[in-house]
Design a protein around this ligand. Structure first.
Ligand SMILES: NC(=O)c1ccc[n+]([C@@H]2O[C@H](COP(=O)([O-])OP(=O)(O)OC[C@H]3O[C@@H](n4cnc5c(N)ncnc54)[C@H](O)[C@@H]3O)[C@@H](O)[C@H]2O)c1
Length: 260
């Protein structure tokens, strides 16, 4: 599937990995609907010009994501190749959370906080996949019978979770776990499903951790010894879109880091 003249939905597009992906896809001639809870998504879409639209929305809401999918179909009109409406989704919206099962004072973790992380990162991913896939299944098939591609964002925490990451790791392990069954199911519609598991990337999400901790994380990356740049994520998303043999797999993008 080519990027040029096709239309993509990017969630979490106001910031970090999603914002960089939207920028790259527009630079390559694609059209993008940027969806995010944050109102910063409107300014980012404006910066990207005519090929971009913003939809404020919550990835856990059926109505919000349906509105974003509809906006992508509307944006594609007169542009999609071979009858493609919504051609692809790069789902980046997510939250990070840290909480121990039992804290220093011996109190158990807050169950609502756990559910919130699972709801946004895991249920939100399922919500975006189901609505995007239903729209893509109606596309006219392109080369190889392809109708669409879905790229989810997991994390290396799905495999190498740290202390305090039960909720975050479980939510991302769920994203990893859905990749193959979703890819198998959607193959009959010509829709591919992939996930990217980033290591440690330089985004506003990471800026919440202290400088010293960020430096220690960068030093723990075998090569290159630095945090990942959002455009490196965007370049992998672009490669997944354009390479039809990538399907049903999770790609670690992490400079070789394996968390202790
Ligand atoms: N930055 C990293 O090092 C890193 C590493 C591994 C995985 N990830 C994952 O990559 C994804 C993007 O992270 P980022 O670093 O760009 O973070 P970020 O905080 O810069 O961006 C995340 C965006 O998601 C949006 N968002 C949060 N909840 C939402 C909701 N319910 N509905 C719609 N939008 C919502 C936020 O408003 C924000 O704009 C996340 O899923 C994150 O877990 C990031």
């Amino acid at each position: 599937m080519q990027v040029k003249d096709n239309t993509f939905l990017i969630t979490g597009a106001a910031s970090g990995l999603g914002a960089a992906t939207a920028e790259r896809l527009v630079a390559e001639g694609g059209r993008v609907v940027l969806c995010d809870l944050s109102d910063a998504v409107e300014a980012h879409a404006e910066r990207l010009g005519d090929a971009a639209r913003a939809v404020r929305g919550d990835v856990t809401s059926g109505d919000d994501i349906q509105a974003a999918v509809d906006a992508a179909i509307a944006l594609s009109e007169g542009h999609g190749l071979a009858g493609l409406g919504l051609a692809g989704v790069v789902h980046c919206a997510g939250v990070v959370s840290v909480a121990k099962l039992v804290d220093r004072e011996g109190n158990p973790a807050d169950l609502d906080a756990y559910l919130r992380t699972i709801n946004i990162n895991l249920v939100g991913t399922f919500n975006v996949m189901r609505l995007a896939a239903a729209a893509m299944a109606k596309n006219a098939p392109g080369e190889d019978g392809e109708r669409g591609v879905i790229i989810n964002t997991a994390s290396i925490a799905a495999m190498d979770g740290q202390v305090g990451q039960c909720a975050y790791s479980a939510s991302k392990a769920g994203v990893v776990g859905m990749s193959l069954p979703a890819a198998r199911e959607l193959s009959r519609h010509g829709v591919r499903v992939m996930a990217i598991a980033p290591g440690v990337f330089e985004t506003p999400m990471m800026s919440e951790i202290p400088d010293e901790a960020a430096q220690a994380l960068a030093a723990a990356v075998p090569f290159p010894k630095r945090l990942g740049k959002p455009d490196e994520f965007a370049r992998l998303a672009e490669q997944i879109i354009t390479n039809a043999m990538l399907n049903g797999e999770v790609i670690r993008l992490d400079g070789g880091i394996r968390m202790q």
